[in-house]
Write a protein that binds this ligand. Structure first.
Ligand code: NAD
Length: 473
């Protein structure tokens, strides 16, 4: 099957929605309203790139206004098109519902290749795009709040924030107009790693579920499991390093734009990132074998395949060759819906994007709350807690007559910093959301896959929001 015959990302999301809708007893009109994109803004504007003026195409889609503000990342890629942004925006709505983040879904896209443009060109385009959003009231702390996605990072978020404040100076809560900002510019500690860390918590929790592991004929627990990662950008690199450092996972294959590598003895993701920085490529990494091309790593035999690059990476073209027992969707839409049907029949478990990569929006929500409260998390209680824990430790020492060493004491009396609270909130979110999805999967005997269960979870919560609004009682 050639790429032309492949079903689009948008079509995949639509088919997955319809499959889940069969398991819900919601009104047809309400389901149609939940599925529809509420607002699509398509912009073109000129930009000077090198010595030439080019027309830049850009989008912002607000998928659902049932909760406001709407929220979702901004993607810079040559693949950006209206349907792609609509699909990504709708996934944001379902994602927010699953992890109980009170936003509607949105997404932005600018059709540029950020990997070949100069920083000053990207800055000009980012500021102009922001201006277009301001002009049409498509950005603001209570309206629509962007964040990083493929091809963007905290740097672009700082430019967006600065442009917004230039035009809306004096707006008290203006700093909450965008999340994923640098910590020095009202960002929150732990946002950069959040999506990858959330992916780790999700995989770890799933691997701790005995019935799911039995079905896959695997041992319980994440430690020792083999993993292949596609894409070593923000999400893929943090997923890899955290899975290795905290979960004792063995990464045996990695794929990047320039190719893919394999080492059954294990690849240190931290070392590989250094190697790529020095040489510009993951290829020729010590001890590892270069594979024929960047798609080859996806076909390696492993326990967990983590696509962390773009959508439509596992399709009918390669699904039969996939040998992984589980696919952990760190990227949005990496498995097409027809390939998923084939893989499910083969017994492969797929942890769906709309749950697994929700760590980013969860911590973005914490950043938004921090910005609205104008105060760092932990500022008020940290010293009080430390004092109280210190009193407790002294009391134990007095009662037992035993002295607790200074190192242990320091650990026991430590009050929570912002990063501790962010990680704790993220872990709680990922653990409790997986339990909700599994409960739906186990209680409705016709649902056999996690994506349908996750969709049903989202649909129920969004329907309840509509009924609270008095629409669709
Ligand atoms: P990124 O731009 O930081 O990294 C993407 C990486 O993938 C790059 O290193 C790129 O070279 C590589 N890549 C591109 N095409 C590839 C291919 N065909 N094979 C192998 N590698 C390839 O992007 P990111 O922010 O890490 O986003 C990755 C995915 O995760 C996207 O689907 C995005 O929507 C999703 N996501 C990101 C966030 C976030 O917080 N950044 C949150 C949720 C979901």
């Amino acid at each position: 099957m050639n790429k032309k015959n492949q079903i689009s990302f948008y079509e995949s999301v639509s088919r997955n929605f319809d499959k889940a809708a069969l398991h819900s007893n919601l009104d047809k009109g309400l389901l149609a309203q939940i599925k529809a994109c509420n607002a699509v803004y398509h912009i073109t504007f000129p930009a000077k790139i090198g010595d030439e003026y080019v027309v830049i195409e850009a989008y912002r889609v607000q998928h659902s206004h049932h909760r406001q503000p709407t929220k979702g990342g901004i993607r810079y890629s040559m693949e950006v098109n209206q349907e792609e942004v609509m699909a990504l925006a709708s996934l944001m709505t379902y994602k927010c519902a699953i992890v109980d983040v009170p936003f509607g879904g949105a997404k932005g896209g600018v059709k540029i290749n950020p990997f070949i443009l100069k920083p000053e060109e990207i800055e000009r385009i980012t500021r102009r795009y922001t201006l277009e959003l301001i002009k049409k009231n498509f950005i603001g702390p209570g309206i629509d709040v962007p964040a990083p996605d493929f091809g963007t990072s905290s740097r672009e978020m700082a430019w967006i924030y600065d442009t917004y404040m230039t035009f809306r100076g004096g707006e008290l809560d203006g700093i909450a107009c965008v999340t994923g900002k640098p910590v020095s510019q009202f960002g929150i500690r732990g946002r950069t790693e959040a999506t990858g860390r959330g992916v780790y918590y999700g995989i770890r929790e799933f691997c701790d579920e005995l019935p799911e592991m039995k079905a896959l004929k695997m041992d319980r627990g994440v430690a020792g499991k083999t993993m292949v990662i596609q894409g070593l950008g923000n999400v893929g690199s943090y997923t890899g390093t955290i899975c290795q450092e905290e979960g004792d996972v063995k990464v045996i294959g990695v794929s990047e734009y320039e190719g893919s590598i394999y080492d059954p003895k294990g690849i240190s993701v931290t070392e590989l990132l250094k190697h790529r920085k020095e040489t510009g490529s993951i290829l020729n990494f010590k001890g590892a074998k270069n594979l024929p091309d960047r798609m080859s790593a996806l076909e390696l035999e492993c326990d967990i395949l983590v696509p962390a690059a773009l959508e439509n990476q596992v399709t009918m073209q390669n699904a039969r060759k996939i040998k992984a027992k589980m696919i952990a969707e760190a990227a949005n839409g990496p498995v097409s819906s027809d390939a998923e049907e084939l893989l499910l029949k083969k017994g492969v478990a797929i942890i769906p994007d709309m749950y697994l990569n929700a760590g980013g929006v969860t911590v973005s929500y914490f950043e938004w709350l921090k910005n609205l409260s104008h105060m760092r998390f932990g500022r008020i209680e940290k010293r009080f807690d430390q004092q109280a824990y210190g009193n407790l430790v002294s009391m134990v020492e007095n009662l037992t007559g035993k002295y607790i060493g200074q190192r242990e004491k320091n650990l026991l009396v430590k009050g929570a910093d912002e990063i501790d609270l962010v990680r704790s909130g993220l872990e709680e979110t990922m653990v409790s959301s997986l339990q909700q999805i599994l409960e739906i999967k186990r209680s409705k005997n016709k649902i056999s896959d996690l994506r349908t269960a996750a969709f049903v979870c989202a649909l129920d919560k969004i329907a309840s929001d509509y009924s609270n609004l008095g629409v669709f009682p």
